[in-house]
Write a protein that binds this ligand. Structure first.
Ligand SMILES: [Zn+2]
Length: 297
C-alpha cells in the first residue's frame, strides 16, 4: 500500500476503496466529504442495509477535496461517469452499488475495472445507499407504497441488527379502501411516470370487479423478499417467470413495473432531501445519462 492509501479488505476481496484522509477545509467552497457522509447517514442509516449488501462510501477521493457538486444516479454506468467528468462533479451517489461482487483485480481489461480506475483517476467520491434507502422510513419502499394507495403498512420482515427496532425491507400495505386493479394500475403508472407495466392475474382475481386489499411491495427485484408473503397482490420491479407462477398458484396476483422504473422516480425526492440538508454550498444534479437499459420495441 502506498502512503495515504487505506484499503478495506473483507475476506481477501476488495469491496471499498478508501483513499481519503482526514481533511479540514480552509477558505474553499463546498463541504468536507465527512459532512456529506454524516448527512447521508442521517437520511439513510447504513445499519438499515441488508447483510448481503455493499453500501456506503465505495470509492474515496485520491486527494482530499471539498464537495461542491453531487451527481445522483440509479446506476453508475460509463455514460454516467463521463457525464460526471463533463460536469466536473466531485461526488457520485449511485443508488445501486457500483462495486458489489468481490473484485480480485483492478485492470482496464474489463468494464468494472475501467469504471473504478477512471473514477479513482478523476479523484471522485462514490457512495451507494441502496437497501438502507429502501428500508428507512420515508424512503424508497414507502414511496412505492404511496403509488398504490392510502393504508397502513409494515416491513415484510425485520432486519436482525441491534438498535434498529422493527425496520426491514419490503412493505405489506393494507389499503383503507380495497381498490380495483384498474385503479391501482393507473395510480402506479402515474406515480412512477411509466406507460407500461406487466400484470399476472391469479384465477380468483380474473373478474374485473375484484378488489385488492392487501398488497406486498418491494422495489427492484422483489422475489426473495416477497416469497411466501400472504397478500392479494405483489408489486415489484421484476420477478422470475417461475416465481410469478408460484405466486399465481398461491392465489396472489402480480404487477411488475420493471426494475429501474420501480426505483428511479424516488431520486428527485432524495435530491430534494439532500438539498434541504446541504444548502447552497453543494450543487446536486440528477444524471441525464442514467436510464433503464431495456426498451419495449
Ligand atoms: Zn434495484
Amino acid at each position: 500500500m502506498h502512503c495515504g492509501t487505506f484499503l478495506i479488505i473483507r475476506s481477501c476481496f476488495l469491496y471499498k476503496i478508501e483513499l481519503d484522509s482526514t481533511y479540514t477545509m480552509k477558505n474553499k467552497k463546498g463541504i468536507p466529504l465527512s459532512n456529506i457522509l454524516k448527512t447521508l447517514q442521517d437520511l439513510a442509516p447504513l445499519e438499515l442495509a441488508e447483510g448481503w449488501d455493499n453500501t456506503g462510501l465505495l470509492i474515496g477521493p485520491t486527494k482530499p477535496r471539498p464537495i461542491t457538486s453531487i451527481l445522483l444516479t440509479l446506476d453508475l454506468t460509463m455514460a454516467v461517469l463521463e457525464e460526471a467528468l463533463r460536469e466536473k462533479t466531485d461526488m457520485i451517489i449511485a443508488y445501486h452499488p457500483p462495486i458489489f461482487e468481490p473484485i480480485k483485480a483492478l485492470t482496464r481489461n474489463d468494464p468494472k475495472g475501467r469504471l473504478v480506475l477512471q473514477a479513482i483517476q478523476a479523484n471522485l467520491a462514490v457512495y451507494s445507499p441502496h437497501t438502507a434507502l429502501d428500508t428507512v422510513d420515508g424512503g424508497l419502499t414507502d414511496w412505492l407504497c404511496e403509488g398504490v394507495g392510502n393504508g397502513t403498512h409494515h416491513p415484510i420482515y425485520s432486519i436482525e441488527k441491534q438498535g434498529i427496532g422493527t425496520k426491514g425491507p419490503g412493505r405489506v400495505l393494507t389499503l383503507d379502501t380495497p381498490l380495483l386493479l384498474t385503479t391501482i394500475r393507473k395510480k402506479l403508472k402515474k406515480h412512477l411516470g411509466i406507460k407500461f407495466l406487466r400484470a399476472a392475474l391469479s384465477s380468483p382475481h380474473k373478474k374485473t370487479n375484484t378488489r385488492f386489499k392487501k398488497v406486498a411491495l418491494c422495489p427492484g427485484a422483489g422475489s426473495s423478499v416477497l416469497q411466501d408473503v400472504q397478500a392479494d397482490l405483489y408489486v415489484t420491479g421484476e420477478m422470475r417467470h417461475h416465481d410469478v407462477l408460484t405466486a399465481l398458484e398461491s392465489g396472489i396476483s402480480v404487477l411488475l413495473c420493471e426494475h429501474a422504473q420501480s426505483e428511479r422516480g424516488y431520486l428527485p425526492i432524495f435530491k430534494r432531501k439532500l438539498e434541504q440538508r446541504l444548502g447552497h454550498e453543494v450543487r446536486t444534479k440528477l444524471a441525464t445519462s442514467d436510464f433503464g437499459p431495456l426498451q419495449i420495441m
